[in-house]
Design a protein around this ligand. Structure first.
Ligand SMILES: Nc1nc2c(ncn2[C@@H]2O[C@H](COP(=O)(O)OP(=O)(O)OP(=O)(O)O)[C@@H](O)[C@H]2O)c(=O)[nH]1
Ligand SMILES: [Zn+2]
Length: 346
């Protein structure tokens, strides 16, 4: 306990220093804008935040004379902080930069805890969660289910992708894995079976990504980087680590970045985003996230039923009747037990 408190206090101090640094940078941004006002800024136009570094933000012009150009912009001091994926209104300056003057409302927000344990948005307007798994490393049902719950909670449409299909032929449990994938299709989730290594099934994935802003998640080693590299040839994904000018030299920061797939659709990626969904699920959100439970919720004998072993539990009855699979019920219980020990409550 003591150790945890100390760590929290330390991280609070670190955050405080960062906040102060951000405030100083913000004052500089204000000055920069003041000196530019009075005719030096171009007209207001729409843009998309493709990376952010504190008060400085890379904005891609989405229409007009600069369409497709990326400009390093300052954010007007009265604006809330922006994240990758934000739609903004900006004005060009005459030095390849600009000033962001407004933020458009967000459709969705992906949040992660900061050093103080407070949930902070890390990406905006993502609408697809690509959940990647593979025959190897062996997938955990409850990890996939956790992602599905997180997708539901954040308002994202999930797509289940089993990568490394080339390993299925030799896998002893291949029938089981395919059956398992089928179970998710039957629940109504879109699924794809493909191989980044062999290049099989990538066209189907490409067409699923068109017209959407996606993030890729999944346990280490399932092939997220391989898939993204196949979809974004020639891009250096390490560009997430860029140096941020702070006025006191530069330091490296890892930011979420937005990429355009050549065949349409966008990707937002960063190491932090790949961990999205592993924390912060309340009991209610957990239940809501198991979509086949919904018709039975509110029908238990006890209002505060935990659906574990209570008499008159509508969910347990549904498992008995075969309307809910025992595997999903076990997964729900497993995730619930991790919520109860406080692992998910910051
Ligand atoms: N056989 C086979 N191997 C693959 C395939 N896709 C990726 N791999 C291999 O799986 C390993 C892990 O791939 P990565 O792309 O690094 O996995 P990742 O999910 O990005 O892993 P982290 O960066 O740790 O999150 C590498 O050795 C890849 O070559 C595939 O379709 N088939
Ligand atoms: Zn119940």
């Amino acid at each position: 306990m003591a150790k945890r408190h100390l760590t929290r206090r330390q991280s609070w101090r670190i955050q405080k220093i960062q906040d102060e640094r951000a405030a100083r940078a913000e004052r500089r941004a204000e000055k920069a804008e003041e000196s530019l006002e009075g005719g030096d800024l171009g007209p207001e136009q729409p843009g998309l935040v493709i990376a952010h570094f504190g008060v400085q933000v890379d904005v891609e012009a989405t229409s007009g004379e600069f369409a497709g150009q990326i400009r390093r912009c300052y954010r007007r001091a009265n604006l809330p902080s922006l994240v990758t994926g934000d739609q903004v209104v900006w004005r060009a300056d005459n030095q390849q930069g600009g000033v962001i003057v407004a933020q458009q409302p967000r459709q969705t927000e992906l949040c992660r805890p900061d050093q103080r344990g407070q949930l902070k948005p890390v990406a905006a307007n993502v609408d697809r969660l690509i959940i990647v798994f593979a025959p190897l490393p062996t997938p955990y049902t409850n990890l996939i289910d956790r992602y599905l719950v997180a997708a539901e909670q954040a308002g994202l449409e999930p797509l289940l992708v089993m990568n490394k299909s080339d390993l299925l032929a030799a896998a002893a449990d291949s029938a089981e894995l395919l059956h398992w994938l089928d179970d998710y299709s039957r629940l109504g989730y879109p699924t794809l079976l493909l191989s980044a290594g062999a290049g099989d099934g990538l066209d189907q994935l490409r067409s699923n990504l068109q017209g959407h802003t996606s993030v890729f998640v999944g346990q280490s080693g399932v092939g997220k980087s391989s898939l993204i590299n196949a979809l974004l040839p020639g891009q250096d994904l390490r560009v997430g680590a860029l140096s941020e000018s702070t006025g006191k030299g530069t330091h490296t920061t890892t930011t979420a970045r937005l990429f355009h797939f050549p065949d349409g659709g966008d990707l937002i990626d960063s190491p932090g985003i790949r961990e999205f969904g592993l924390t912060h699920i309340s009991h209610e959100e957990l239940l809501e996230g198991f979509i086949e439970f919904r018709p039975f919720l509110g029908h238990c004998r006890f209002r505060d039923c935990q659906h574990l072993h209570e008499p008159g539990c509508a969910l347990l009855q549904a498992v008995e009747n075969g309307d809910i699979s025992a595997v999903r019920m076990a997964s729900y219980r497993h995730i619930l037990s991790t919520l109860d020990d406080g692992a998910d409550s910051y």
